[in-house]
Write a protein that binds this ligand. Sequence first.
Ligand code: HEC
Length: 165
Amino acid sequence: MSSHVLQADKSVVTTSAALVSALALLATVLFLVAALIGVISRVPSDDGSRKDVAVIERIKPVARVAIAVPKPAGAEIKLTGQEVYNKVCVACHAAGVLGAPKVGAKELWEPRLAQGLTGLVNNAVTGIRAMPAKGGNPSLTEANIHDAIVYMLDETGLKTDAAAK
Ligand code: HEC
């Protein structure tokens, strides 16, 4: 009988020792989880916004939408086609970035010019595939785009009616 009691005592002791260490382990795990959540919840607000800014920066040239804001007459700065080209278009059209037709490459421009100068101007104003609307500069006018295209065609050795004026 007494050995039975002793055994029971022993098992109670073992059980409670196991219980205590299990609880201690649980407490430790909960503490670590809580600490981790604390760290995680503090980081993203910072990191997330930085990531968003980086994403916006990366997608900007392609995703930008040109909104025609009517400007008061006289506020417009008159730029020649060459000035517009050197300011904006040169970034892609000098070296053929993103598959842009290079200035001077007649074989690349001729099939495009086949649609007519007006078609080219319209596509450059609204954007076409990797070419952003107005070359990514919404402050340019349709006339700026037209003049820049005439300049590029002229440099390429392709004459348009407008180039003769
Ligand atoms: C970010 C680079 C980039 C800039 C800046 C840029 N272009 Fe382009 N452009 C392109 C690419 C790429 C194409 C070829 C698009 C295609 O057909 O897939 C293109 C094509 C064109 C075409 C041919 C359109 C057609 O109908 O085939 C014209 C015209 C043109 N660009 C004019 C301009 C003018 C004018 C400017 C400056 C105001 C300019 N581009 C600035 C990238 C650019």
